[in-house]
Ligand binder design. Sequence first.
Ligand SMILES: [Zn+2]
Length: 580
Amino acid sequence: MKSLLKNNLPVNFCLTDTLKMGSLISLMTIGMVSYGYATEESYLIVNANVYTVDRDLRWAEAVLVEMGKITAVGSEGDLLKQANQKYDVIDLGGRLLMPGFQDPHLHALEAGINETACFLPAEGSANTYREEIGYCLEEQSQSAWFIGAGVSMPALLEVLKSPAAFLDQLIPDRPAVILDNLGHGAWANTQALQAVGYTDLWRDPPGGILDRDPISGRLTGVVFENAQQRLRNAALPPTKENVDFAYNSLLNALEVLAQNGITTVSDAGGYWPRGHQEAWIRAEQENTLTVRASNALYLYPDLPFDEQISQFRNRYMNDPNSLLRFNQAKIYMDGILSQATGALYEPYERGLDLPPELQRGFLYFDQDILVEYVAELERLGFQLHFHATGDRGIGLALDALQYAKKINSQADMRHRITHLYLVDERDIPRFKQLDVITDFQLSPTATDPETKRYLESFVGERAERLMPARKLYDAGVDLVLSSDWDAEELSPLKKIQAVLTQKNGAFDDIETVIEMMTINVARLLHHEDKTGSIEPGKLADFVILDRNIFDMPANQIGNTDVQATLLGGEVIYDPEGLFD
Ligand SMILES: [Zn+2]
């Protein structure tokens, strides 16, 4: 933290000058050993609009922070009286102070990586792709693989008949892979397909789809779902260079998180064969990690069971006092509705040119293998983090959790299902029965009527009941909101605005929405005794906003400026110099 020594103590500020060195030093030790980033400095924040999220005392004026922890919350007068040491005083000039935002589903490391890959538009003509790839070829002339990102695969297949042949012409001398914009597909040239063993004769790999020409049966070069992971792993093996690259990408992403007032995340990527966990661990060790992270490890449908379980056992990290945990298992049940790969009970109205057995979407795992994984991972202590978009995928995730509950009877695991686009009516009560937490992305794009119309073209009238957040909430289910960055908008403030201004939206009071982005997430991550609200004893994770978002039109909230972010009392973002 920057020096907090200030010369501008108010005249009426008459705390005793006695600095109790003994107790300070012992507290310093505690503060520095645990929680990373817990600063040894103490200060009193005054003249703030403090929104605590604590239902017993929602608003306050002042907060006392000692050794990175909140030790008192209340009125300015009371706290000035209570404080019996000499504290630096930070005057926030009436700004809003809140608990830092918590985002329980995003792809921070990949967001950083995507930013540095050759970036192509989601939808473009053959000419656009040819031109853009041409520019990038120079930049990437030295790398073994050509890597691009950003293209929508369904859109690409409408423009090009043979995407692989198109890439072969542009990049004939080495493997090339272009990742999609949603994390569910990739486009490869022939060398890349061969490098991972994908041939015209080969059947689809477990959990994946190799797109084929419907007449000739030849691979088009587009692959879906888990079939892309092999290409990604081959293009970015965990060499020292690539782990450095992942680490630097993570640092870029961390900066963006701090700028957005986000102090806790759950990274939903977790592609451990590519050195991603190592990059996070390095950030923690080098003291560059500026969020609390409860991250996931990705469960591959195409790896042997025992080998994968042993990887998960070795990689499990769950010290609640550490900034970094790897205590979630990310399990993809199905794909996405907008690619006709989300698993549905009834067929899609329109889809890709997929074989008839995929007319109701796609599953990553055979259910009998999945339930064994779920039970075993739960026994190892992992919280399960299911990706499920279609009603059939969601139903099968609930079935797997029911099975685990029966044979393990572990209490209070707080497993969750994320995305939840179409939920079968009969499954609604099961969430509460099985104590499953629901995780929605009610982002600006997701709540846009355009999105609904687009999805309607895939699922027909079922689009009327997309993302039933309110229904689940009314059924007593715990609910959190996440961003899914960089597939979606990151800004928590834009998200609040999107939820509150949605026509016939699920929630219209800001307090509830903010709970779903703070304390509810803390509870999901077994951290509600340490974060998620501003209460004595909790860690000083704060965001400071330039205006009071509780007292302004909802359609303006997205323009609010994040002016500072603190993690464990330490300033991680402060362009205005409020804490200088
Ligand atoms: Zn995601």
